[in-house]
Design a protein. Structure first.
Length: 126
């Protein structure tokens, strides 16, 4: 058989690749308990209007990557302050291309604990 060396090389390569270690899966980030509480608040109060995936508009802007985007929205204002103020005074933080339709009393309807948790969750969205 003329191709015996080539066949043996192919079999050896296949056997070696079958023995190779499987790729290590990328760990799924876990949220701390406060951010988990905030995720529940988001799901109950915000997800009706805001998506968490890019380029998806429900009513308001997608909040995908908001912790990063918020850093540059208002000069001199960090992401956490921007996100907090946009919940407390949404009319002052309307994103270009969107209407001022966010409920204005959301912050009054949330406990301070839920508001802090919501901000903590949104800050995980980098």
């Amino acid at each position: 058989m003329k191709n015996k060396p080539a066949l043996m090389a192919l079999v050896t390569a296949l056997l070696l690749s079958a023995c190779a270690k499987a790729a290590t899966p990328v760990p799924t980030p876990t949220l701390d308990p406060i951010a988990l509480q905030g995720q529940a608040v988001f799901n109950a109060r915000c997800a009706t209007c805001h998506a968490l995936v890019p380029d998806t508009i429900i009513i308001g802007p997608s909040l995908y990557g908001i912790a990063t985007t918020a850093e540059t929205r208002v000069e001199g204002q960090g992401a956490e302050e921007y996100i907090t103020m946009s919940v407390l005074r949404p009319g002052d933080y309307v994103v270009e291309g969107f209407n001022n339709v966010m409920i204005t009393n959301l912050a009054k309807e949330l406990t301070s604990e839920d508001l802090d948790a919501l901000i903590a969750f949104l800050m995980t969205l980098k």
